[in-house]
Design a protein around this ligand. Structure first.
Ligand code: ATP
Length: 350
């Protein structure tokens, strides 16, 4: 497996380096070939090459099987023409990474306020209300006058269908339950199409139990009874918001793993941002990035039918469970270890 690794901005270099060491050790234990190609993008690349995403980097990634990227600081990246491209957005769009899979589960030993649970948010990743993603050129948010803004949302049947199919396929490997989260009572046409399309796909999966919940009610239900959910499928922005909530319910946003997957390419990137408030202080939680790496290896194993890569992912997951159970965690999870010390404890548990 050839994997391009980009450290990213903010806490990215700290968390990605821990994830890379863990991945290399787990791969070596399983005797699995892993060809890591170290690259840069984002602010580092802007300083060095005058652009956040170089054309050569795109070629390097195209020649690889997958990408593991740290979070990116994107607030000031508005001008594609001047090399200030948002790398996360760019790769999601360029590689059509339409399925953003964001699991959230409790771990024994992690601080939780509720009963144990284990769910996955499957978030559509290419359209919806994302002004920078849903147009071929230009953005879909417009300043009409200094005091008037119009924001357009794109929903297409093909995108609804493919994300629904990923959700149902995932449910078949889990507890066989899918919840469709939407706002079709207000966004009657767009979310109406999303719900209808999900229900049509559901007919191909008669073993899966399906229900649908309006997004505002979902916020209350998932806090009250997260254990009742298995796979939750939803549109882009609802999925973004809901998955931060479920990550925090599971213990911390610092554990929030995620992959962005197309059919033949995927990018592992933690669900949180670059956390500039804690960058460079050796306190960031690296488990989100390690969890994302594990998800990427399972994805690769399934797509290529190479079970040895699943074994590597399972080693990482087992070490994660053990490290959390031992309380060897960063302060966001109630521990007192630094990023590097969590990394060492993790390696010992591998
Ligand atoms: P960005 O500017 O990239 O969007 P942000 O700080 O606005 O970053 P997040 O990075 O998602 O947004 O962070 C939200 C909060 O969660 C911050 O207070 C941050 O410190 C905390 N946080 C995020 N990731 C981690 C992590 N891996 N470990 C510990 N705390 C984290």
């Amino acid at each position: 497996m050839r994997l391009v690794v980009i450290p990213g901005d903010g806490i990215g270099p700290e968390t990605v380096s821990v994830a890379v060491t863990a991945l290399e050790k787990a791969a070596q234990q399983s005797g699995v070939a892993l060809d890591l190609v170290h690259e840069i993008a984002g602010l580092d690349s802007l300083a060095k090459f005058g652009t956040t995403v170089r054309p050569e980097l795109i070629k390097t990634i195209e020649a690889a099987d997958a990408l593991m990227m740290g979070p990116m600081t994107t607030h000031d990246l508005h001008d594609d023409a001047n090399g200030r491209i948002n790398p996360s957005k760019f790769f999601r769009k360029y590689f059509d990474l339409y399925a953003n899979i964001r699991p959230a589960r409790t771990f024994e030993g992690a601080p939780i306020r509720i009963k144990p649970f284990d769910l996955v948010v499957v978030r559509e990743n290419t359209e919806g209300f994302y002004a920078d993603r849903n147009m071929v050129s230009g953005g879909s948010e417009m300043l009409v006058t200094d005091d008037v803004v119009v924001s357009l949302r794109r929903i297409t049947r093909v995108c609804c269908e493919r994300i629904a199919r990923r959700a149902f396929e995932l449910a078949m490997t889990r507890r066989k339950r899918v919840t469709i989260v939407h706002k079709a009572n207000v966004l009657k046409i767009g979310d109406g199409m999303f719900v209808q399309t999900c229900e049509a796909v559901a007919r191909e999966f008669p073993d899966v139990t399906v229900d649908s919940v309006i997004v505002d009610a979902m916020m209350a239900l998932v806090v009250r009874e997260p254990e009742r959910f298995d796979v939750v499928v939803t549109t882009n922005m609802f999925g973004d918001i809901l998955s931060d909530l479920t990550a925090e319910l599971a213990g911390s946003l610092g554990m929030a793993a995620s992959i962005n997957a197309a059919d033949h390419f995927a990018m592992a990137q933690a669900a949180h941002g670059s956390a500039p408030d804690i960058a460079g202080q050796n306190i960031a939680n690296p488990l989100s990035q390690i969890g994302s790496a594990a998800m990427l290896l399972s994805w690769y194993s399934q797509r290529k039918a190479k079970p040895q890569y699943l074994e590597v992912a399972q080693r990482l997951e087992a070490a994660m469970v053990k490290t959390i159970r031992e309380g060897k965690v960063t302060r966001d999870m109630g521990g007192d270890l630094g990023t590097d010390a969590v990394g060492r404890a993790f390696l010992a548990n591998l």
